[in-house]
Design a protein around this ligand. Structure first.
Ligand code: NAD
Ligand code: UDP
Ligand code: UDP
Length: 336
């Protein structure tokens, strides 16, 4: 699936960017969970000017409050399905709801965000000569028949199901990225992100780690969706941000899996949360939703080799960090 024809030479404009001192970096979806942590890291470099574009569908200004008013920071309320005319050197394109609860809420909007949103950001990259990174997803592998999943696997995806707006949307976004690369010489990077967790996730976001932690803190039963033997592999957000930045700065287009290969069943995850956060809490089973992938674990050989990256934070160390953040926001302290 990689073209044999070399992409056109970078334009003089694009070459010139390389020597420019200050980097203007656009982060779409920067008010969201991963985006806001990425902004924190990018802002640490005094040579970076960071522009966030977000429509606040699932993100919030609160996630960026430490940067509002900073001279190197700018926040724009904007929907990526509309054209965007600004000057930038790099684009981290994250805008898209990531929780199944939210991406299924308005599926037509989700597919527009993935397709028209990504097309607009590629148009912007083409006009400005910026390098663009797309946060794709492990969901492009669907309900995988290959385990663990490496980047050569084409996936097992239902094109007409309730998750398709997201997984097929991201697949088209990847296609657009490669077509702009082959046809227009745009510098692209594609990360296939596996389940990520950490502070600042929406408390009622509906994803499994945030659900279990909020439930454990509120003394509510942990809701394991049936059968409970389905697996996921969870990456702590600081590891994710480091991986995305390595990919952006390196020479590889990807797609590259970024995730933590530690694999857990949902029952094991519930047991871990119970042990670490609230040993009294009950674990119950509830109905699942259609097309739930039965297993998911990244093969990260490529990330290790090409980016020199691998995750460092283990689940048992990351969960307490997230618990602290959730307790602060819920105003519920730990029982003595
Ligand atoms: P998130 O929902 O917290 O953040 C997404 C952000 O995009 C939010 O701030 C939201 O308001 C914004 N947004 C959504 N639609 C928009 C639009 N049309 N225009 C402008 N802004 C819009 O999700 P996240 O977990 O931070 O995920 C970020 C990216 O990473 C997404 O592209 C997601 O698909 C991808 N990803 C995340 C995970 C994960 O486990 N968190 C896994 C795979 C892929
Ligand atoms: N676009 C944008 N910002 C720009 C340049 C383009 O949002 O700085 C949008 C533009 O509106 C179009 C899309 O990106 O819908 C693709 O742009 P491109 O120039 O590749 O295609 P064309 O405009 O020729 O269809
Ligand atoms: N899940 C669960 N209880 C919940 C929410 C989710 O058992 O309260 C399960 C869900 O069935 C899936 C896994 O957790 O198998 C991961 O779901 P999530 O929505 O977090 O992300 P996905 O990987 O499906 O995008």
């Amino acid at each position: 699936h990689v073209s044999t024809k070399p992409p056109p030479e970078p334009s003089p404009l694009r070459k010139a960017k390389f020597f420019q001192a200050n980097m203007r970096i656009l982060v779409t979806g920067g008010a969201g969970f991963i985006g806001s942590h990425l902004v924190d890291k990018l802002m640490q470099n005094e040579k970076n000017e960071v522009i966030v574009v977000d429509n606040y569908f699932t993100g919030s200004k609160d996630n960026l409050k430490q940067w509002i008013g900073h001279p190197r920071f700018e926040l724009i309320r904007h929907d990526v399905t509309e054209p965007l005319l600004i000057e930038v050197d790099q684009i981290y394109h994250l805008a898209c709801p990531a929780s199944p609860v939210f991406y299924k809420y308005n599926p037509v909007k989700t597919i527009k965000t993935n397709v028209i949103g990504t097309l607009n950001m590629l148009g912007l990259a083409k006009r400005t000569g910026a390098r663009i990174l797309l946060t794709s997803t492990s969901e492009v592998y669907g309900d995988p028949l290959m385990h663990p999943q490496d980047e050569t696997y084409w996936g097992n995806v239902n094109p007409i199901g309730v998750r398709s707006c997201y997984d097929e949307g991201k697949r088209v976004a990847e296609t657009l990225m490669f077509d702009y690369h082959r046809q227009h010489g745009i510098e692209i990077r594609i990360a296939r992100i596996f389940n990520t967790y950490g502070p600042r996730m929406n408390i009622d976001d509906g994803r499994v780690v945030s659900n279990f932690i909020a439930q454990a803190i509120r003394d509510e039963a942990l809701t394991v969706q049936l059968p409970g033997t389905q697996t996921r592999s969870f990456c702590y957000v600081s590891d994710m941000v480091n991986g995305l930045m390595r990919l952006m700065e390196g020479d590889n287009t990807g797609p590259i899996n970024i995730g933590n290969p530690g694999e857990f069943t949902m029952l094991e995850l519930a047991e871990n949360v119970k042990k670490l956060i609230n040993p009294e809490v009950k674990i119950i089973t509830v109905e699942n939703t259609p097309d739930d992938p039965r297993q998911r674990k990244p093969d990260i050989t490529k990330a290790k080799k090409l980016l020199g990256w691998e995750p460092k934070v283990k689940l048992c160390d990351g969960l307490p960090l997230m618990e602290e953040d959730f307790r602060g926001r819920l105003g519920i302290s730990r029982k003595k």
